[in-house]
Write a protein that binds this ligand. Structure first.
Ligand SMILES: Cc1ncc(COP(=O)(O)O)c(C=O)c1O
Length: 464
């Protein structure tokens, strides 16, 4: 099932070790203390000592419109004074959430029927998993309960969404994943392809792996496949063009639902309103969060197509009530802010802006491909990963214990740039409002951090 475990440049060690860098463990955090941020403006944040940083990760991949969006503050303030709270259970609703649901259905990348609201990406994926089970029970196929997702995927941190995640650190010592949550090789050509394997042969092999897993487990037991159109926390992995076509053919063949986790990729991040469009997916459900409100308030939306909705509607009539809700689902203040966020995306032509910035951003990062530390530069839209390697020719990774990626991110912080080290991949996910000159400044600060890291790597003789 997991070919990469036997591959010489395997992620096995990285899955178990390097992603949890020593400095990210709790003891080290207590010793070092956090970077305490006081305020933000546009793409910039300032810490309590007055030092400013470019927020190159939009916080946790979420602050799409940056700081200081007065329209969002106004939307929240007004809603607070009119109706700070109402709920969506027992046949109740409110105007802000109705307006938001209608807008989301209008802009959905594939035909969708209903929106299910919750408060976070994790709850969105958790709800999707619950709805998948509900659906198959309605279809009189109660054995269809298993979920498949990618190793290195990140789908959240509730028990179900952490089980969907393919990260060692979300599972180890928590007794996860739950039974029936299965993981396949991530579609990362640079890292997981065999030597001399073409992209097409690589994606065929991964599709084959999926089909073998389905057959091994029994097609009548596989309920759904969850995927991030482009994997974020796993190291910004952009699947090869031919990947999803082959995967979706297999899912259709075995009647397996497809859930697109667009928690990072929705709302312009990849150069289209949805990653589903960028990667040519046809999901039954789509999970959105983060950029939905530009992170100004917590909210997530699960889009559900008619096939799934009509089944869960029938099933809930049988059961008597649809037993899935949260107190703050579709909170009116969050919903109002989300609707205003979607309006700003349109008014400011954010998707168009991203497509204009993409060549400056990815082109600028690609210029760094000749740097002695850089193995691969990958990305789409305003989302990118730069993987640092010990040997550019063999793609050999650094020993995770050296913490090279973390060292580089720390140097970037000294140069006034917040980025994220995922093992030795440096992730970039700047606010979508970033300008050409800000992108250039961000990349020059990163370049300085790379050069600092190179000095350390050479001194320490970490190259192989
Ligand atoms: C792709 C993806 N799905 C789900 C989640 C979980 O979202 P939340 O942290 O809002 O629960 C994240 C968070 O980073 C994510 O990146």
């Amino acid at each position: 099932m997991t070919d990469q475990r036997t591959h010489p440049n395997s992620y096995e060690a990285r899955d178990t070790a390097s992603i949890v860098h020593p400095l990210t463990n709790l003891k080290a955090h207590l010793e070092k203390g956090p970077l305490v941020i006081k305020e933000g403006d546009g793409i910039w944040v300032t810490d309590i000592h007055g030092k400013t940083y470019i927020e190159g990760m939009s916080g946790l991949w979420c602050l799409s419109l940056g700081y200081g969006q007065e329209r969002l503050v106004k939307a929240a303030t007004e809603q607070m004074s009119h109706l700070p709270y109402y709920h969506l259970t027992n046949h109740k609703s409110h105007q802000p959430v109705i307006e938001l649901a209608e807008k989301l259905l209008e802009i959905a990348p594939v035909p969708m029927s209903k929106i299910w609201f919750s408060n976070s990406g994790s709850e969105g994926n958790d709800s999707a998993a619950r709805i998948v089970w509900y659906y198959w029970n309605n279809q009189k196929q109660p054995k269809k309960r298993k979920m498949i997702s990618h190793l290195r995927a990140y789908h959240g941190n509730t028990i179900a969404s952490a089980s969907l995640s393919g990260m060692h650190y979300n599972h180890a010592s928590f007794g996860l994943p739950l039974e029936g949550f299965l993981h396949i090789t991530p579609p990362h050509y640079y890292r997981n392809a065999h030597q001399d394997e073409s992209e097409d042969a690589f994606t065929s092999r991964l599709a084959d792996e999926l089909e073998k897993l389905i057959q091994h487990e029994g097609p009548d037991t596989i309920a759904a496949f969850f995927t991030e159109p482009i994997m974020g926390s796993g190291g910004v992995i952009v699947p090869p063009d031919s990947y999803y076509d082959k995967i979706q053919t297999i899912l259709k063949k075995y009647d397996i639902l497809l859930v697109a986790d667009e928690v990072i990729t929705a709302f312009g991040r990849t150069g289209n309103m949805f990653g589903t469009t960028t990667m040519k997916l046809e999901p039954d459900m789509i999970v959105c969060a983060k950029g939905l409100s530009s992170a100004y308030l917590p909210i997530s939306a699960l889009m559900i197509n008619e096939r799934v909705f009509s089944a869960i509607s029938d099933e809930s009539s049988e059961v008597g009530v649809f037993g899935l809700t949260f107190t703050y689902s579709g909170h009116p203040v969050s919903a109002k802010v989300a609707s205003e966020t979607l309006r700003i995306y349109e008014d400011e032509n954010i998707v168009e802006h991203v497509t204009h910035m993409e060549p400056i951003f990815l082109g600028g990062l690609h210029l760094l491909a000749s740097h002695p530390l850089v193995g691969e530069v990958r990305g789409k839209g305003l989302l990118a990963g730069v993987e640092l390697v010990a040997n550019k020719d063999t793609k050999k990774a650094f020993d995770p214990k050296y913490g090279v990626g973390k060292y580089c991110a720390d140097r970037a912080e000294e140069h006034g740039l917040i980025i994220r080290a995922i093992g030795d991949t440096i992730a970039f996910c700047p606010p979508l409002i970033i300008t050409e000159s800000e992108i250039k400044l961000m990349i020059s600060r990163f370049n300085a951090a790379l050069d600092d890291t190179l000095i350390m790597v050479r001194k320490s003789r970490y190259f192989e």
